[in-house]
Design a protein around this ligand. Structure first.
Ligand code: SAM
Length: 333
């Protein structure tokens, strides 16, 4: 032991151990969540056989035991005789239903962004971006609720409480902002556009549960293919601009401008690059995903608005790296 200590670069070993442990812990917790293993353990201690049933395989029990014992060595699981239970405080917090958004935020880092971190250089060598995977739609829709408090306040600011009002929400996700707009104004009608079928179905189900289906329609469509006879008083375009390549953004905004009623508004929020890992991860994801593009700078959005021909526009920083832009059409147009 003394020989090992004297011969080893202790500081280096300390950092390898610390970083490696956190890396393993993140992978273990995220996978235990996504594979339903924590769902079983949340109900009480379970044996390896119980967990084999939960993940629906009887193959290589020793493999699952090794995986569970890794969790014990990381301090994430406890083993009492042959039964395992959850020990880690972080995992227990994530499992609380009230923390679902943060659970999805954490899982997105491990399940999606980690792949981008380790495979971006090799993808670039192959001249390839990552495919846009619809399978992540639900995880993204849940984790993008982290900015929900800001966006709910914005809806309250932009939706008049009285009078007829028509709203088009592009990329409506769960539909939560449409609900808020309907709660605020009983005369408001809304159309939510959503590209991904599964996410659109989720929004439709929500609209039924919220009992606003008489005023709200959800259409599965790409805004680029969307046609309408109607114009809208307010169009919301929340956290979506980076789902379009840089050279297509002007056409999308022109299309939205043509869909705004005179006197109406286009309200856009977006992450913008800052020196913060969470935001840089989104920038990596959007820069490296097929059909998407880098996060825009505030100046780029303002420049797009100018080129699109809106008569006036304002912007404000909601928090570091997260901005609101509002463009308006004059009544005389
Ligand atoms: C990051 S999520 C934001 C969801 C919601 N607006 C929010 O802020 O919570 C972007 C959503 O827009 C949808 N979307 C992406 N490209 C789209 C397009 N071209 N037309 C319509 N919806 C699109 C995605 O499927 C995704 O659900």
């Amino acid at each position: 032991m003394i020989k090992f200590i004297l011969k080893s670069p202790l500081s280096l070993l300390y950092h390898i151990n610390k970083t490696g442990r956190e890396f393993c812990r993140a992978g273990f917790i995220s996978t235990a969540l996504s594979e339903g293993i924590y769902d079983v353990l949340a109900k009480g201690p379970a044996s390896c056989e119980d967990l084999q049933k939960a993940i629906d395989t009887d193959f290589n029990k020793e493999g699952l035991l090794a995986w569970l014992d890794l969790g014990v060595s990381l301090g994430e699981l406890k083993r009492n005789q042959n039964r395992y239970s959850i020990k880690g405080k972080f995992a227990k917090e994530l499992l609380k239903p009230a923390n679902d958004t943060w659970k999805a935020f954490f899982q997105a880092r491990v399940e999606i962004f980690h792949n981008y971190i380790i495979n971006t250089p090799s993808q670039l060598k192959r001249h390839e971006k990552f495919e846009f995977s619809q399978s992540y739609g639900e995880l993204f829709a849940r984790s993008s609720r982290t900015v929900e408090p800001f966006l709910l306040d914005i809806v309250d600011e932009i939706i008049p409480q009285t009078g007829e009002c028509s709203l088009l929400e592009v990329g409506c996700g769960s539909g939560i902002y449409i609900k808020r707009a309907c709660d605020r104004n009983p005369n408001l009608n809304a159309l939510g556009l959503e590209l991904q079928e599964k996410v659109a179905d989720f929004a439709r189900d929500n609209v039924t549960v919220w009992q606003i289906s008489d005023r709200v329609e959800i259409e599965t469509n790409d805004i680029r293919d969307f046609t309408s006879e109607n114009k809208y008083d307010i169009i919301t375009f929340f956290n979506l601009i980076y789902y379009f390549p840089v050279n297509e953004r002007i056409d999308v905004l022109r299309k939205l401008k043509d869909l705004v009623n005179p006197g109406g508004h286009l309200v856009l929020t977006t992450l913008c690059p800052t020196n913060e890992p969470s935001i840089q991860l989104m920038n990596l994801w959007s820069s490296m995903t097929e059909g998407c593009g880098p996060l825009p700078t505030p100046e780029q959005i303002i420049d797009l608005f100018k080129k699109t021909g809106f008569s006036e526009f304002q912007h404000k920083k909601l928090m570091p790296g997260f901005f609101l832009f509002k463009a308006s059409l004059s009544n005389s147009i």
